[in-house]
Each structure stands twice: as structure tokens, then as C-alpha cells.
Design a protein around this ligand. Structure first.
Ligand code: SF4
Length: 231
């Protein structure tokens, strides 16, 4: 039987070897509205860029995920047999954002249905999550994605109650001017910081170029050192 909910198993780049359940960002009202606001992470969203160009094949399954999970309770029958492996690290919302209470409750339910997975959700929707925070099961973690690019120290380090960490995005120019530790390595499966550690502040460089992440980070760090900034 064909699964109703698509679990992405063959992600590429930073997400290689991490499974994910995603929503289509291009049909998400929250994403669409914030994508129009300059200097927000939504305005430079990688997922929107991918879904509208070389990952257009994600649009139908991620649209279906969003439709189902925002309108009814999911059950095990929505997933293919052996949808997850025991101990599997799973990203909730690699693409897209929560839509409503039902969508959040369903992610909590999926973590409960599969107690052997280790799930982490990235979200900006405190308005949805905070009132429902008590529903989060032990095997599900929360990373708060900050909205501004180059957030102030105050915003960048304020981890919301019940969340495990906070995720910030900086431009190269900004980190050259301000000493910021860029500690997102660009390879989740070998790093797993967001999937295993608590009270973490994770800083990522905005992707202005695409390709070898290790080489990109090495070059940025070298630029910083050259400019007297210790990243
Ligand atoms: S800090 Fe590590 S686990 Fe978190 S997003 Fe970056 S590479 Fe992935």
C-alpha cells in the first residue's frame, strides 16, 4: 500500500543520511508572507529556492504531507512499513513550517508512534508551539529558528522555554565585522549537535554559493582570521 505521508530518506547536502518529514514552503501562508520581508531568513530560504528550481519533485509529496497533517490526525497506516529505522535521526520540517495546531500535534504523535526515532523540529512558530509544549514527547526536540538574518546577541541567544536550542543565520560580512562563532558544520549526520545537545546556540553562514561545504567553511574561517576575527 502506498504511504500517505512521505518520509524523505535520500536527502542531499547538509541533510545527507538524515530522514525528514517536510511541508511545501511555497504553499505555506506563513512562509509566503515572511518571504516578502527583507532581511529575514524566510526571504533567503533555501527550501523555497530548492522547491522552485531543481527540487520541484518535492512539491507534490510535501504538499500532500501538509494537507493531511494540518487537517486530520495521522495514524501508523499513513506510513509505509518500516518507515523509520530504530535509532534513526529524523528532521521534522526540513522544508516548510507548521501550519496550525493540528500539524504540530501530528508531529508529536509521529514521535510517539515511533519511540525509537530521535526527532528534531526546526520552527519559528512559537505562537503554535508554546501553548502545546507539554505534548512534546521525550524523543522529540525543538530548535527555534530566528527570523532576522544577523540577529542581535539578545535575539540570537534567547532559547524559548521548552526548546533545546536556537538556530541563527549570519552573512559573511556580518561575521567579519562581529566576532561570531560559526558552529554549524554543514554536515548533520557527522555533527548531530542539533539532534543530541541541549541549550545550544547554533550559528550558520548564509549560503551565497553552493557546493563543497567543508571547503566553503574553511575559506570563510581563513577570511575571518585574515581580518583579525576569530570565528
Ligand atoms: S549544527 Fe550540526 S546538526 Fe545542527 S544543522 Fe548544523 S550540521 Fe546539522
Amino acid at each position: 500500500m502506498k504511504a500517505n505521508i512521505c518520509v524523505s530518506e535520500n536527502m542531499s547536502g547538509k541533510m545527507a543520511r538524515i530522514s525528514a518529514i517536510s511541508f511545501n514552503p511555497l504553499s505555506n501562508e506563513f512562509c509566503n508572507e515572511w518571504s516578502k520581508v527583507d532581511r529575514t531568513t524566510c526571504s533567503i530560504c533555501y527550501a523555497r529556492r530548492y522547491a522552485s528550481t531543481f527540487r520541484q519533485n518535492t512539491v507534490p509529496p510535501y504538499t500532500q504531507n501538509a494537507r493531511i497533517m494540518s487537517t486530520r490526525e495521522v495514524t501508523e497506516r499513513d506510513f509505509k512499513k518500516n518507515a523509520f529505522k530504530a535509532g534513526q535521526f529524523v528532521r521534522f520540517l526540513a522544508y516548510g513550517e507548521l501550519i496550525n495546531d493540528m500539524s504540530f500535534k501530528n508531529f508529536c504523535k509521529i514521535a510517539e508512534l515511533y519511540p525509537d526515532i530521535k526527532a528534531t523540529m526546526w520552527t519559528k512558530r512559537l505562537d503554535i508551539v508554546e501553548p502545546l509544549i507539554d505534548l512534546v514527547p521525550d524523543n522529540m526536540r525543538l530548535m527555534y529558528s530566528t527570523m532576522p538574518v544577523n540577529p542581535s546577541d539578545e535575539i540570537a541567544t534567547r532559547i524559548p522555554t521548552g526548546f533545546n536550542g536556537i538556530f541563527n543565520v549570519y552573512t559573511v560580512d556580518y561575521i567579519l565585522e562581529h566576532a561570531r562563532e560559526i558552529n554549524c558544520s554543514g554536515s548533520c549526520a557527522t555533527c548531530l549537535r542539533c539532534y543530541t545537545q541541549d541549550n545550544i546556540v547554533v550559528n550558520e553562514l548564509v549560503k551565497e554559493h553552493w557546493g563543497n561545504e567543508d571547503a566553503r567553511y574553511a575559506q570563510i574561517k581563513n577570511n575571518c582570521m585574515t581580518n583579525g576575527v576569530t570565528p
